[in-house]
Design a protein around this ligand. Sequence first.
Ligand code: KG4
Ligand code: ZN
Length: 364
Amino acid sequence: MSAPLRILGIETSCDETAASVVLREKDGSGRILGDVVLSQLEEHSAYGGVVPEIAARAHVEALDTLIEEALLRAGVKLADIDAIAATSGPGLIGGLIVGLMTGKAIARATGKPLYAVNHLEGHALTARLTDGLTFPYLMLLVSGGHTQLILVKGVGDYERWGTTIDDALGEAFDKTAKLLGLPYPGGPAVERMARTGDPKRFDFPRPLVGDARLDFSFSGLKTAVRQAAQSLEPVTEQDIADICASFQRAISRTLKDRVGRGLKRFKAEFAAVEKPALVVAGGVAANQELRATLQDLCDQNGFRFVAPPLQLCTDNAAMIAWAGAERLAAGLAADGLDVAPRSRWPLDNNAQALIGSGKRGAKA
Ligand code: KG4
Ligand code: ZN
């Protein structure tokens, strides 16, 4: 594909409604022209989690205006757009229907091609937009719905090396916060409390550490936190801080082991790659202690650590537009208007579904 491409992206898979216009130059570099994200956090916080019906309704109400706003900020008209990219899975089905149907309607009205994008592919390719990474590289996706270590080999070419066998990491933060009486979303609250806590006070389990596979498990850790809190009743502010700090430390150690193994495997399989890179994505990537752990791990193993700006690590439509641009540039076929949304859609078609993994299935 020789000409620069302008792609309109739409993201509605969970609790962020987002629209974006992204430019992909002939040389493969990219730029965000206009980007808007509307978080539904306030609508869901009273329920301690995302309520699918509320999410779908909120997407319907906001999406048209957000698309107009993204085009306006980008200074382009629909006629200037080369293709439309809409998230069509995985995620909450109601929201996916809203975004994909809107994308189809725009494609039909303008005659432009439609790309039905896998949300995980959006996360996986973001580092090429922000940092110009070349294939292959390794990605750790740690969000409210996913914890995966993915080998990114090319556009549309992914290998899942590890995944959670129970809770996602963000989910573990959220559940831990809830049982300690901290607000939703739990990650930022736990991180805040951990700052004044003693990480050595509780020796929480480090699930699967030492295991030869590259999978993750966090539900046992959450149970250990519950037991610690119950044994201290009534818990003080300092107890909570100590539990949070110890919980975070256990996760750091776990990631160090699991991801460390992934880096070694990458080096063994891709010895010729001169500057290997680990990319982190997902809301949990905001956590400073975990970031520092991953940075250290990369330094020790000769890897470049790439953490895109936070607003591009969490859910957004620029990554969806970019994935569409990459697919178009790679010559991959657009989707027909009969393409269906998929609440479950693994990035790696050969990956085995693990019992219990991603059971919430809501967030990616
Ligand atoms: O990627 P994201 O914004 O949404 C999806 O899951 O799609 O991730 C949200 C998750 C929540 O579980 C939240 O608790 C977690 O990211 N999170 C954090 C932090 N900030 C957000 N976890 C740990 N530390 C943080 N600072
Ligand atoms: Zn996501």
